[in-house]
Write a protein that binds this ligand. Structure first.
Ligand SMILES: Cc1ncc(COP(=O)(O)O)c(C=O)c1O
Length: 335
């Protein structure tokens, strides 16, 4: 295994299934479609985060840290899974929620932070994408100093720190896992559609497949930032991952496709997203979240309708989890 030397916290159940979705293909008039069920990776409601935190918390333990601090938005899957991972490993955790102040409704992931017993701090901002805001990082560092003064050894989980590169590494491993599943199927699909936020998850697949020489085209569906910006971040994460793993392979923006899935805005459900969620649920009994996977599936469907994906193609959708976000969107999703 390419990633074999790095410590892991054993938080995942791998490999996840790769399931064909024939009724969905028929409903859409082809292509052949598969779903990579990374909504079943483990912790609470699975997703890409347990894969990432297997390595991040491996590093937390290897460095002898006794607590983690991490920032994200009020419906973040990341905050839910950091808290769950820390609970599983008996570590203290503090989550920093930006764009909320404690008056927000306890629903979706925000309810789950509460059930998991997260210690919460609030960072005031009007920006939904404050993740890389230097003021947020400064706020997080102040919390680190506060706990250091109390005798703790905190570890900050943020993709601008070592956590980002470990997320890439985790998804190089996921690419290797998929490559074995393709070998067993005797077929390499044409495309892997990946719901994309920071680009960390996508970067691991791009690097992993390129390094292994697997001729599948990774198609990121950028739901937060403009695709050119996300593509640049994906390249940076991929090449930092290559360095971390001592691989000579390097990635450029030409190695993958990054599509625009920002229509309507972050966390806003448009009619095509609602249609995509209902279509997969009705035809295959699989639920997608509205923020990432619903948007990626809507993008895939648009590609079929505009002729970029044809009945002769085969495509995989990576299901990155996040399903609790559905429950906060009852009004928008009601039929
Ligand atoms: C369910 C889900 N899918 C996809 C992503 C995007 O992953 P990345 O930030 O690695 O691009 C996230 C990130 O928050 C997520 O929660």
């Amino acid at each position: 295994m390419i990633t074999g030397k790095l410590p892991r916290a054993q938080l995942t159940y791998l490999p996840t299934p790769l399931e064909e979705a024939p009724r969905l293909s028929a409903a859409l008039g082809g292509p052949r479609l598969w779903i990579k069920r990374d909504d079943r990776t483990g912790l609470t409601f699975g997703g890409n985060k347990p894969r990432i935190f297997d390595y991040v918390f491996g590093d937390v333990l290897a460095q002898g840290c006794d607590m983690v601090i991490t920032p994200a938005g009020p419906q973040s899957n990341h905050l839910r899974e950091v808290t769950a991972a820390a609970n599983r490993l008996g570590l203290k955790s503090v989550i920093v929620i930006f764009g909320a102040d404690g008056s927000e409704e306890l629903q979706g992931n925000r309810l789950l932070f509460d059930l998991l017993g997260a210690e919460i701090r609030y960072f005031s901002t009007n920006h939904h994408d404050a993740y890389y805001d230097p003021a947020l990082l400064e706020f997080t560092e102040k919390i680190r100093a506060e706990f250091e003064a109390k005798g703790h050894k905190p570890y900050v989980v943020h993709f601008a720190t070592r956590s980002g590169v470990l997320g890439t590494v985790a998804h190089v491993e996921a690419a290797e896992e998929l490559a074995k599943q393709f070998e067993a199927m005797n077929r390499v699909p044409d495309f892997l559609y990946v719901p994309t936020g920071s680009g960390v998850t996508t970067s691991g697949f791009v690097l992993g497949f390129k390094h292994l020489g697997i001729p599948i085209r990774v198609v990121g569906c950028s739901v937060i930032w403009p695709p050119a910006q996300t593509a640049g971040d994906t390249v940076r994460y991929a090449n930092a991952g290559a360095e971390e793993l001592g691989l000579s392979t390097r990635v450029t923006a030409g190695d993958f496709t990054m599509l625009d899935a920002t229509e309507g805005g972050y966390e806003v459900i448009t009619p095509p997203v609602s249609e995509a969620i209902r279509l997969l649920a009705k035809n295959e009994g699989i639920l997608l979240d509205p923020t990432y996977n619903g948007k990626a599936m809507a993008t895939l469907i648009a590609q079929i309708r505009n002729g970029a994906l044809t009945a002769g193609h085969t495509a995989v959708l990576l299901h990155t989890g996040g399903v609790p976000a559905l429950f906060g969107k009852n009004k928008e999703l009601a039929s």
